[in-house]
Design a protein around this ligand. Structure first.
Ligand code: SAM
Length: 250
């Protein structure tokens, strides 16, 4: 590993350090500087030793990347952390974009994967992602609402399991209801699962059928899974059948 010209985009997993991947942990321990959103830095507090910490509030992603890149140019080993996976609605792509600038041409970017909220939540709920699925972020800060709704309609039409990231903020409540209605129009009895604060304090799970979903249980710390026509709810777990029973004697 060449510490001096590589910047690392590190996924720290959903929260609990037991779900921090060994490679991600090793990179963080070796880093001179760790850059991240304050709340995510708190999640890895127990493994921080002598590393310099640069933390900023929400919506300062570009500032964080600029600081990280300038520290890397100074020859420091820098890790930019994201919750979950670094390349899923996270910092890795932004770093690639910013590193197109000539002054960063001697730097390399290495992406260190993490367990994303979708798979961590799926494991809590049962096994809803056993067949084809699509993830959609309902954040309309960078993607227009019309595009989000077009994609949701296509997923509902294709009968794919759908995972919603950034589902509902204090200000943006309507879009989530619109999305749920699109799935309900296809089938009222679709199974859903929500997990708030996956692998963090106060983890909270709800499972049921779409017509029972209470929208105010869902916030920006929640992932929502909407099943397809093969998703089963049994004993308070949900799973999507893949077709084994049709083909084999189980
Ligand atoms: C900007 S995205 C970041 C996703 C992250 N890079 C990942 O791979 O999980 C933020 C959204 O991810 C979901 N999320 C991330 N961590 C979560 C957790 N521990 N519990 C529940 N949802 C989480 C929420 O939907 C949240 O609004």
């Amino acid at each position: 590993m060449n510490k001096s010209n590589t910047i690392y985009a590190v996924g720290i997993g959903p929260g609990d350090l037991s779900l921090l991947a060994p490679k991600a942990k090793a990179i963080l321990l070796q880093s001179d500087v760790i850059v991240g959103y304050t709340k995510y830095v708190e999640l890895i507090n127990d493994i921080i030793d002598n590393q310099e910490i640069v933390s900023t509030g929400m919506k300062h992603e570009i500032d964080r990347c600029r600081i990280a890149l300038s520290k890397a140019l100074e020859g420091k080993m820098v890790s930019v952390i994201s919750s979950g996976d670094a390349g899923i609605y996270a910092m890795a792509g932004l770093l690639f974009e910013m590193m197109e600038e000539e002054k960063y041409s001697d730097l390399n970017l290495e992406v260190i994967p993490g367990i994303t909220a979708a798979t961590a939540a799926a494991a809590v709920l049962g096994a809803p992602l056993m067949n084809d699925f699509a993830t959609i972020s309902l954040s309309d800060l960078l993607t227009p609402k019309e595009v989000i709704l077009k994609r949701i309609k296509a997923i509902a039409e294709a009968d794919m399991v759908c995972i919603l990231y950034n589902p509902r903020s204090k200000k943006r409540t309507e879009l989530f209801e619109q999305v749920i209605n699109i799935f309900k129009e296809k089938c009222e009895n679709k199974v859903f699962g929500t997990v708030k604060n996956v692998a963090r304090n106060n983890q909270e799970t709800h499972i049921g059928y779409l017509n029972e979903l209470a929208v105010d249980q869902v916030d920006m710390c929640t992932v929502v899974v909407i099943g397809n026509s093969n998703t089963v709810l049994k004993n308070n777990r949900i799973y999507t059948t893949r077709g084994y029973k049709n083909k084999y004697d189980l």
